[in-house]
Design a protein around this ligand. Structure first.
Ligand code: BTN
Length: 248
């Protein structure tokens, strides 16, 4: 593995291709320090949310970071939100765009998903540890037919080609910063997350049921109001947004 040469508390490597950067860190979790990061230029078995696979061709950047906070499982969603804010900031530091977040953690540009985030938790020595995995469609040139409506790359949408090692460094730097803030105060990223969240004020489908997304709660749940007037704070599950990703 090639070190990224960053000056920080834990090692960070760049690989040409791995099965999944989340899996690489899972295998290293016994010895790896808090903050250890692995980036790859392609993945052969990228993992997505809800047991799906995540297409990971060359042109994208795939990065995972191992975190060992004092955490109980119910706080994981807040870490996911923090990662989404960090990704937006890292991308915006490298190109002149404004990124949004589709709740809970897709990073969106011009209505297309440019990044997916998967946070997985494992137990080590009676302590939970989180693997934050980030897949950015940076310079990806083509998507299969079924993803064309949903996904886009930064290069397709802006014409700008990103230097992937610089993107890895920016992502790690922003994750480090946001993680520090989160350790001190769990709601540190809340105001920014709310400002970036494009789901609020729009019609959504919550596991297939129509509702209005009203606001992001203190714990980053999405408060929705169903057609019959009942409200629910959604913490898990699929939420599609009307007008986005082909939900019309
Ligand atoms: C999703 O949108 O479904 C989440 C996708 C998360 C993909 C990233 S790429 C880096 C890390 N390694 C993986 O195998 N998955 C995550």
């Amino acid at each position: 593995m090639k070190p990224l040469g960053l000056s920080r508390r834990a090692p960070a490597w760049l690989e040409d291709c791995v099965d999944s950067t989340n899996l690489v860190l899972r295998r290293m979790a016994d010895e790896a320090a808090d903050g250890t990061a692995v980036a790859a230029l392609a993945q052969s078995a990228g993992r997505g949310r809800s047991g799906r696979s995540f297409l990971s061709p060359e042109g994208g950047l795939y990065l995972s970071m191992l975190l060992r906070p004092q955490l109980n499982a119910s706080e994981l969603p807040t870490l996911t939100a923090v990662a989404a804010v960090a990704v937006c900031r890292a991308i915006e530091a490298l190109c002149a765009v404004r990124c949004g977040i589709k709740w809970p953690n897709d990073v969106v540009l011009q209505g297309k998903k440019i990044c997916g985030i998967l946070v997985e938790s494992i137990w080590k020595d009676d302590r939970p540890c989180a693997i934050v995995g980030i897949g950015v469609n940076a310079n990806t040139d083509a998507f299969p037919e079924e993803l064309r409506e949903i996904a886009g790359s930064i290069r397709q949408l802006t014409g700008q080609t990103l230097e992937l090692e610089a993107l890895a460094a920016a992502l790690i730097g922003e994750l480090d910063r946001q993680y520090e803030l989160w350790l001190a105060e769990r709601s540190a990223a809340l105001a920014e997350y709310r400002a970036r969240c494009i789901s609020c004020g729009r019609e959504v489908l919550v596991d297939g049921r129509r509702a209005m997304a009203e606001e992001v709660c203190e714990d980053y749940a999405l408060l929705v109001r169903y057609d019959d007037g009942t409200r629910q704070a959604v913490r898990f599950g699929e939420v599609s947004v009307r007008g986005l990703y082909g939900y019309v």
